[in-house]
Write a protein that binds this ligand. Structure first.
Ligand code: ACO
Length: 324
């Protein structure tokens, strides 16, 4: 027998306010045409004063729990991925835990920027399999609008706010069980590339929150190479090929990165879940937002083999293969 983490529900939440490219173009020197052609983004959601990473995370978590039918109180682990926490401390995960009324278990944040959800999923899966917890909420939630330089047209048009969540349950299964569960996860980081994508502030350095800075071209180049490599690494671990995948649910940074990565794997575009047009890049929230969208619209079905992947600041990158 072996212990496996099974995904039993997903949920997501977006801020009330949608902002189109045309609306942005009225404030910044850009155009709908430039943004769509270079990124595929048509719309993003921006948090209002009463919406925070914590409130969005809580709403996504509630939706995920409702999708499972379990009691929130039975959740004994919350791992929340974010680069935009409500406060420097305590961890936003603890305020979500309190709002859900499942106090007493484990709750903490993970910081791996756009790869945060993959890192959080990997940590939660390990803790469930080791027996430290039985039911986990894994959340990716961000309010990147609060760290954007709204004068920098090269970055401010790319990002949006939102949250996505999944509920995982530990189950005992036979060693050669072909049922649902997380089959393999691989995570990587290479800090040499920190200066390519960072925030120019911090608690221990400037004492300020700072704004996002990015060398877009270099990030693009590394993203395609690193993502194709980690996807093949995960597939190799379980003895499968890209042909076996039903769906690829990638981090939604840029439609061109998604197309180039799929092409590198010879994966048809019809198997790639794309939400970047609606949500823009929501960093750690983008993978669970896209996963929830494709489950709720019926594309992803029980039994499907789904690959999640992401790459972000650090650089950090990773991928996880799940049987639904
Ligand atoms: N509107 C109009 N023009 C713009 C805008 C804008 N919003 N932004 C930049 N430009 C101009 C530039 O000033 C430049 O003008 P110039 O030629 O007169 O100097 C021109 O467009 C080209 O700029 P580049 O930065 O070279 O454009 P590029 O084709 O590389 O596209 C982009 C930029 C979209 C950021 C691309 O590099 C990219 O997608 N990179 C990936 C980065 C990414 O998605 N990061 C997200 C975080 S990391 C992650 O999630 C993986």
């Amino acid at each position: 027998m072996t212990r496996r983490s099974v995904l039993i529900g997903t949920g997501s939440a977006l801020p009330k306010r949608a902002v189109s490219n045309a609306e942005l173009a009225a404030q910044v020197d850009t155009s709908d045409e430039w943004i769509v052609e270079r990124t595929g983004i048509r719309n993003r959601y921006i948090a209002g004063p009463d919406e925070t990473t914590g409130t969005l995370a809580t709403a996504a978590a509630r939706a995920a729990i409702a999708a499972t039918g379990i009691e929130a109180a039975s959740i004994d682990l919350i791992v929340l991925a974010t680069a935009t926490p409500d406060q420097t401390f305590p961890a936003t995960a603890t305020s979500v835990q309190h709002a859900l009324g499942c106090n007493g278990g484990i709750a903490f944040d993970v910081a791996a920027v756009c790869s945060g959800f993959l890192y959080a999923l990997g940590v939660a899966d390990s803790m469930l399999r080791s027996g430290m917890a039985g039911r986990a909420l894994v959340i990716g939630a961000e309010t990147f609008s609060r760290i954007l330089d709204w004068e920098d047209r090269a970055t401010c048009v790319l990002f949006g706010d939102g949250a996505g969540a999944v509920v995982l349950e530990a189950r005992e299964v036979g060693d050669d069980d072909k049922g649902p569960g997380i089959l393999a996860t691989k995570l990587h980081a290479d800090g040499a590339h920190g200066p390519m994508l960072y925030v120019d502030g911090g608690v221990s350095t400037t004492g300020t929150v700072g704004k996002l800075r990015m060398k877009g071209r270099e990030v693009f180049r590394h993203a395609v190479t690193n993502l194709a490599s980690v996807l093949n690494e995960v597939l190799g671990e379980v003895g499968l090929t890209a042909d076996d995948l039903d769906w690829l649910v990638p981090h939604q940074a840029n439609a061109r990165i998604l197309e180039a990565t799929a092409k590198k794997l010879s994966l048809p575009a019809s198997k790639v879940v794309i939400t970047v047009d609606r949500h823009a890049n929501t960093s750690a929230a983008s993978v669970p937002l896209a996963l929830d969208a494709a489950i709720r619209d019926g594309r992803i079905q029980p039994g499907h083999l789904v690959m999640l992947e992401a790459m972000g600041g650090g650089f950090t990158w990773g991928a996880s293969l799940i049987r639904m």
